[in-house]
Design a protein around this ligand. Structure first.
Ligand SMILES: *Cc1c(COP(=O)(O)O)cnc(C)c1O
Ligand SMILES: [Zn+2]
Length: 404
């Protein structure tokens, strides 16, 4: 592992911060070895999960891999939206189709596998909901115990789902940030592998596979822009690291030409605000948004996210809850993709960027849809019509159809 801030190198360990300077530790990759063993031609025939890129993931022995069929989700061309919005090429990477319904299966699959490789027999996380379910499911498959720390106000479906997988759920009074702080203490007191705390450097590697898959699905070409939802900023950073990996092994040659664009809801947008004001990130004490998955007031990877957005010539924007709910409806009714608000935020952002001229019509754009609409049905319920109730006879049916 290495520290990008001070350059120190350390032995691999379940540790997230550098002992010398408190910088965020990263996994160090040996690209020469990867180049020798990973060939485009050969990847094509590998299994259809994120583990097809094993050489680029931080697991040494494949017997520790916990795989629910994570990743290798569809990249869908959206021709109806292209016409409606006036965009040349638009794709959705539909990560709502992962085993537990969100992209968090990627980091959870890698994180739980790494926990087993380190020899832990308890795993866990602090979560806004989706990571809890993903961690719990992979722990169940691995046969290890799991503890998840969640904030007080997340969607009931996410809590039920995590419980069904058998996790011990600790619902902390307060925000995600309160749950996360308690998680940091827990990782020091108990011998737990907390995926986004002491295993954070390994866990974030799982999300790099989103970049690998999109480039492979575009025949090893890159899009001009990718729009990514941000909570802590970890996903956005991992995506960029994934592109950089592909460049280092000569699979692509233009990682910096992909305009990485971040999205946060207006009611909790500390990263977007800092991007526009050039100030340091100031924490949001009480996030207020329908995007529960993105309600993180103190984004752990926010500073790095801003750097990536600047380096790639990307952008950052924060649509309102109303715009996000509208986008959720458009996505479902035009493309047949049912997303949770935190997933639909990328379409809401694209619509704003077209309206204000940041995005012009000739781009090839990918929107990440990171979570399923089933995760937060109450958000969708607000916008859809009610069923027409009819008695079970043909006259009533005819009348209902004729009334539209
Ligand atoms: C976790 C999550 C994100 C991104 O979160 P980061 O903390 O920035 O990695 C995006 N969408 C959904 C649905 C999520 O659950
Ligand atoms: Zn350091």
């Amino acid at each position: 592992m290495e520290c990008p801030e001070c350059g120190s190198l350390i032995e691999e360990a379940p540790l997230a911060v550098c002992n010398e300077c408190w910088g965020p530790l990263q996994v160090k990759q040996d690209y020469e070895t990867v180049k020798d063993s990973l060939k485009k031609r050969e990847i094509k025939n590998r299994e259809q999960s994120l583990w097809r890129y094993l050489e680029l993931l931080p697991i040494k022995e494949s017997r520790f891999i916990v795989n629910l069929g994570d990743g290798w989700t569809p990249l869908t061309r959206c021709q109806r939206l292209e016409r409606e919005l006036g965009v040349k090429e638009l794709y959705i990477k539909n990560d709502a189709l992962n085993p537990t319904g969100s992209f968090k299966d990627r980091p959870a699959s890698v994180g739980v596998s790494k926990a087993l490789e380190f020899g832990f027999n308890v795993v866990g996380c602090a979560s806004t909901g989706n990571l809890a379910a993903a961690t719990a499911a992979h722990a169940a498959k691995a046969g290890v115990k799991s503890f998840v720390l969640i904030p007080g106000n997340i969607e009931p479906n996410k809590v039920v789902q995590s419980a069904a997988y058998g996790a011990k759920i600790l619902q902390v009074e307060g925000t995600y940030d309160a749950a996360n702080r308690l998680g940091i203490l827990a990782s020091e007191i108990f011998n737990w592998a907390l995926l986004n705390i002491n295993l954070r450097p390994f866990y974030v590697e799982g999300s790099k596979t989103l970049a690998y898959e999109i480039c492979e699905q575009l025949d090893w070409n890159t899009p001009d822009r990718v729009i990514i939802p941000m909570g802590s900023g970890a996903l956005l950073n991992s995506f960029y690291r994934g592109l950089a990996d592909l460049e280092k092994i000569d699979f692509i040659d233009n990682s910096k030409d992909v305009k990485i664009t971040g999205a946060q809801p207006k009611g909790c947008s500390p990263i977007v605000d800092a991007f526009h004001t050039n100030n340091r990130i100031s924490p949001v004490k009480e996030p207020k948004t329908i995007c529960k998955s993105l309600a993180i007031g103190e984004p752990a990877s926010g500073k790095q996210a801003i750097k990536v957005i600047r380096e790639t010539g990307g952008y950052a924007d924060a649509p309102s809850d109303e715009e996000i709910i509208e986008a959720e409806k458009i996505l479902a009714s035009r493309e047949g993709i049912f997303a949770e608000p935190a997933g639909a935020i990328t379409l809401a952002t694209l619509i704003r960027l077209i309206d204000n001229g940041v995005v012009e019509g000739d781009e090839k754009i990918v929107l990440l849809v990171t979570g399923s609409g089933f995760k937060s049905l109450e958000a969708a319920q607000k916008t859809v019509g009610k069923p027409v109730k009819i008695p079970a006879n043909i006259d009533a049916l005819r009348e209902a159809v004729e009334n539209g």
